[in-house]
Ligand binder design. Sequence first.
Ligand code: APR
Length: 248
Amino acid sequence: MDAVDGLAPARARLLAAGSVCVLTGSGISVESGLPTFRGAGGLWRTHRVEELASPEGFARDPRLVWTWYDERRAVHDRAKPNAGHLALAKLERRVADFTLATQNVDSLHLRAGSQNVLELHGHLREARCDRCGARRPLEGPFPLDEIEHACGGRFRPDIVWFGEGLPAALWSAAIEAVARADVVIAVGTSGVVQPAASLFTHLVGSQTFTIEVNPETSALSPHADIVLYGTAASVLPRLVETERGKDG
Ligand code: APR
């Protein structure tokens, strides 16, 4: 198993932490077989983001948007949490005050057993009426002849689209979590989408120790006290180990 620079001091900081907040992005789900957005093969490399993940795109062609999200959800449902997701669920069971703020909508953190999960960009377990807020569970493809709601609104994926604000309660909880955390860990995010990235770059507490897990340098890397260059499934299990592993 290849050594990862910085693993021992990062692990020591984590062992001493009473409060931890983790921010994840699509990279943590790569080893579950899900694509990222901006990397090679990423969704935004092959799809028209403004037509699929924006209120304007939905207003223009709701059937296209539902078809795309149904395809993504079917892929999510076939995927399984990987060792990275499971390591974070294990960490949560050990730390007194733990918050997981994710940009992902694939529900893999919940399926891995994580409890205190803030799904900042929404999820694909429900549809929501864009006028009255009525919700209905998403099981199988959304019936395209039922998009129109009796109230005059339309059922849409419960996702935060470009140009939309994050759910206020979730955002407040995330800000409070990073402000009080002894350690904040960013995993698998390029750090280019706001306001989520600001949790790691501007809103983190001045005494907080910051760790990034990513095989590549990201926009967050300059803000990290330690960057662990490696994948989520290979690094996170070693990071959350409680006894000294082979890496020392
Ligand atoms: N383990 C950890 N990180 C990985 C792995 C891996 N196996 N593979 C790739 N990565 C990293 C990449 O190096 C990159 O930094 O994951 C990151 C993915 O970045 P993006 O594709 O930009 O995805 P993300 O940061 O989650 O995007 C944020 O943008 O489109 C919106 O709402 C969407 O939530 C998404 C947000």
